[in-house]
Design a binder for this molecule. Structure first.
Ligand SMILES: [Fe+2]
Length: 131
């Protein structure tokens, strides 16, 4: 990610594997969330999404403090939908979130994680919905 001024849109402050540059490149592996869920799900049928981060330190000085999951639903006039937002206590809470979702349309799932030292990191993955 290029150096940005504080007047940039907030979205430019979010690191992604594609945008990470300089010192941030060494943080991609330990900070980009991983999302586990089936490539294709059935409309209206619940399925599980698991979001994990790391390995990453989990101390008061340095830890993953928050995980959020959003959904961009294809064809919806306004996006995204906030599906979950979890605050994590250093030392006690591991950076892992499990959600049960039920979708009727496909789209893109986004996971964001916040590290108190290394900022906001994004992962995204398409989810297909079959009738
Ligand atoms: Fe970190």
């Amino acid at each position: 990610m290029e150096t940005v001024s504080c007047m940039e849109p907030f979205g430019k402050l979010i690191y992604t594997p594609e945008s990470a540059a300089g010192e941030a490149i060494s943080k991609v592996e330990s900070h980009t969330p991983r999302m586990d869920f089936p490539d294709t799900v059935t409309s209206g049928k619940p399925f599980e999404v698991r979001v994990t981060v790391g390995p990453h330190p989990n101390t008061v000085e340095h830890s993953i403090r928050r995980i959020e999951v959003y959904f961009y639903e294809d064809g919806r006039p306004f996006n995204p939908i906030l599906l979950s937002s979890v605050n994590l206590a250093p030392q006690y809470s591991e950076p892992e979130v499990r959600l049960t979702l039920k979708l009727s349309k496909g789209g893109t799932l986004y996971a964001l994680e916040y590290c108190n030292l290394h900022g906001l990191w994004e992962a995204r993955r398409e989810v297909k919905v079959s009738p």
